[in-house]
Design a protein. Structure first.
Ligand code: AIR
Length: 168
């Protein structure tokens, strides 16, 4: 079974990162840790160097060095999630995570885009892992069905307004 390691820069990142954990559970093995690139650099190094994860997801706010630090330690793909909550609303973390030097990329999702980070991880794993690929197909089908239902309900709502207007 494929494995994703999810690392949070702080316990205060929990609420923003939980959608990634939720999205991956039941499809791939997940391991979750809190580890700060700045506060616990040795612990981070040990964790990443000894990990057998196929893909890493790292969420951090402010001067978010976490995803880049992980990418420096492993050749496996790293997906970075810039987190809001700072006085700069996550723009600081977005730039810190996306602006990696040549040779050490981090795939950066939107500010607070933890769920997309998980979906991207499934897409990467889905190249070789049928369960991950099936989860993506199912997810896309759910999205399509949901959009079609919203379209239907909206048209119904607008037709109701039109009917009322013609009575006036
Ligand atoms: N952070 C923790 N170590 C380095 C950084 N950049 C980030 C966390 C969190 C923010 O700083 O990822 O988003 C505030 O962390 P805390 O622990 O002070 O609440």
């Amino acid at each position: 079974m494929s494995k994703v390691m999810i690392i949070l820069g702080s316990a205060s990142d929990r609420n923003q990162m939980e959608p990634a954990i939720w999205q991956l559970t039941n499809t791939v093995e997940t391991e979750v840790h809190i580890m700060s690139a700045h506060r616990t650099p040795e612990g981070l190094r040990e964790l990443v160097m000894n990990s057998d994860a196929d893909v890493f997801i790292a969420g951090a706010g402010m001067a978010a060095a976490l995803p880049g630090s992980i990418a420096a330690l492993t050749p496996r793909p790293v997906i970075g999630v810039p987190l809001s909550g700072s006085p700069m609303n996550g723009l600081d973390a977005l730039l810190a995570i996306a602006q990696m030097p040549m040779g050490v990329p981090v795939a950066t999702v939107a500010i607070d885009g933890a769920r997309n980070a998980a979906i991207l991880a499934l897409e990467i794993l889905g190249v070789k892992d049928d369960k991950a690929e099936d989860a993506i197909y199912k997810f896309r089908e759910d999205l399509r069905r949901d959009a079609a239902e919203k379209d239907r309900l909206f048209i119904e709502h607008i037709n109701g307004i039109k009917k009322e207007r013609t009575r006036d």
